[in-house]
Design a protein around this ligand. Structure first.
Ligand code: PLP
Length: 224
């Protein structure tokens, strides 16, 4: 077995039933992704629209492509025909853009709302109040071709495990509050995407349904 297959195996062994592995393949070439694919991995995450398109074109068509990074509204059209799930929706404007492109492609596109849970200053993600304002808006009510299937978050980059756990727990709590108030009759609202290579075991303990793991599978990324 190759190294990547071994890594996927050992990560998967740690995932309880119901937790899905998104293999984060950003910066990795198609040949490397193919190795993971041959080891049985079918869901991959990328954080750049162009890279997602290029890899979708060069790789088997039964791969599920997840957009996990910040998405600009003018890039939605490139991934709308095939994307499985957009993890990091952080504005109503983006949700509307996804809806328009979904209509053009005769699809319904699943989205997660990115919530800011980290203590550190991060560029992306919405506050709890901002999420609620979107869900209450009439604009949101009129979006026919998107489904908000859950929430996504990233914890503070810190050695302080208690802090990380607290942030994941807050996201889980918020998810359940929203489910009760806004999605009680919508069983598809069921996903919490949280946890990366360094903190996914904690995320799972705190209720993650999807973990996004890159370096533990593919090794460290080299940015040029
Ligand atoms: C890169 C990335 C990951 C994976 O990070 P690793 O530490 O390599 O596992 C997960 N989520 C997002 C949003 C990312 O950009």
């Amino acid at each position: 077995m190759g190294e990547i297959a071994v890594n996927i195996d050992s990560v998967k062994k740690e995932l309880p039933h119901g937790v899905k592995l998104i293999a984060v393949s950003k910066t990795k070439p198609p040949e490397t992704i193919l190795e993971a694919y041959k080891a049985g991995q079918k869901a991959f995450g990328e954080n750049k629209a162009q890279e997602l398109v290029y890899k979708h074109e060069s790789l088997p068509k039964d791969i599920e492509w997840h957009m996990i990074g910040h998405l600009q509204t003018n890039k939605v059209k490139y991934i709308a025909p095939f994307v499985q799930l957009i993890h990091a929706v952080d504005s109503l404007k983006l949700l509307k853009a996804i809806n328009s492109e979904a209509i053009k492609n005769h699809r319904v596109i699943d989205c997660l709302i990115q919530v800011k849970i980290a203590r550190e200053e991060t560029k992306y993600g919405l506050s709890f109040n901002e999420v609620i304002a979107i869900l209450n808006s009439s604009d949101y009510a009129g979006l026919s071709n998107i489904r908000v299937t859950g929430l996504m978050g990233m914890a503070t980059f810190t050695e302080d495990i208690d802090q990380v756990r607290k942030e994941f727990r807050e996201l889980n709590l918020f998810f359940h509050q929203l489910k009760k108030v806004y999605f009680a009759d919508k069983p598809y609202f069921s996903e919490i995407s949280m946890g990366m290579s360094d903190d996914y075991p904690i995320a799972i303990e705190e209720g993650a349904t999807m973990v996004r793991i890159g370096s533990n599978i593919f090794g460290n990324r080299i940015y040029i």
